[in-house]
Design a protein around this ligand. Structure first.
Ligand code: S3P
Length: 169
């Protein structure tokens, strides 16, 4: 049985599934603190994720994620944590908190992003979404892995934020 002393809630799932949106709604509802691993990395590096990928490459970014994961495990509690889509691969994920996997089909995710008022920006800031075919392959490669890491799986496709938050709580 998992040690529940650490009350962080960690949202994992594919790019664009709505981790940030659900995290913000959860923060409002539970009055807990919140943070996003990509934001932590951008502050730490003082540059955007896209720039880190361009200037340093993906493996450097993954090292930043590992550092962030160590810090979260050691220093963060009672917080709603949204993560980058690949963050779930850090080795200490289960020590950070309760892992909630937000699940949707690939088409559902693309539809959600395209319907957003800032759709272009949503794609532009995500280097791994620039090629839809490659992104789809990555999605299929990761699906079973997300499931394996999850304590709880929440289906988010075609559901309101309110409904999803209620289920998580
Ligand atoms: C990534 C997802 C992104 C960001 C980076 C890599 C991934 O976060 O961390 O571009 O590997 O899936 P979002 O899931 O918030 O888009």
């Amino acid at each position: 049985m998992k040690n529940l002393k650490n009350k962080n809630i960690v949202l994992i799932g594919f790019m664009g599934v709505g981790k940030g949106t659900i995290a913000r709604a959860l923060i409002q509802k539970t009055k807990r603190m919140g943070l996003d691993t990509d934001d932590v990395i951008e502050s730490m590096e003082n540059r955007k994720i896209k720039t880190i990928f361009e200037q340093e490459g993906e493996s450097y970014f993954r090292e930043c994620e590992k550092k962030t994961a160590k810090w979260l495990e050691k220093s963060v509690q009672n917080t709603i944590i949204s993560t980058g889509g690949g963050f779930f691969k850090v080795s200490n994920l289960d020590k950070i908190g309760t892992i909630i996997y937000l699940q949707s089909s690939f088409d559902g995710i693309i539809k959600r992003l395209k319907e957003h008022e800032n759709a272009e920006l949503k794609f532009a800031k995500r280097p791994l979404l620039s090629d839809e075919e490659k992104a789809k392959a990555l999605f299929h490669e990761r699906t079973a892995l997300y499931e394996k890491k999850a304590d709880v799986i929440i289906d988010v496709e075609n559901r309101s934020v309110k409904e999803i938050v209620k289920e998580i709580i």
